[in-house]
Write a protein of this length. Structure first.
Length: 112
């Protein structure tokens, strides 16, 4: 049994904007039964966690890590800031590459 996973299951469900009913239907259980899993009233088996991970298209490891990133961000704000800046630069470079590609494609079409 995997205990204390209910909050993580609720967080991933809310992130995906899915109702408990949809998840419960896909698991073949009642909404009440699924709600009890999320609230920690009922323990959930490894097999059921795997089914839930499959619903969201994530690995169990990624699903179990939900919430950890936030606490790491608080512990290492400088690293998060640097990563955010690198990500922004990457996105800017990607946009420039697309613009250059469009210019080259346009010029090549015009010369034909």
């Amino acid at each position: 049994m995997i205990q204390n996973i209910g909050k993580k299951l609720r967080a991933i469900r809310n992130t995906h904007c899915i109702s408990q009913k949809i998840v419960a239907d896909q698991l073949g259980i009642s909404v009440t039964a699924y709600s009890k899993i999320e609230t920690g009233i009922t323990d959930v088996s490894f097999y059921k966690v795997q089914q839930i991970a499959d619903i969201y298209g994530v690995s169990i490891i990624d699903m179990l890590r939900i919430g950890e990133k936030d606490s790491q961000d608080e512990q290492y704000p400088d690293v998060k800031k640097q990563l955010d800046e690198l990500n922004e630069r990457y996105n800017d470079q990607q946009k420039k590459i697309i613009q250059l590609y469009e210019i080259i494609r346009t010029q090549k079409s015009a010369s034909l």
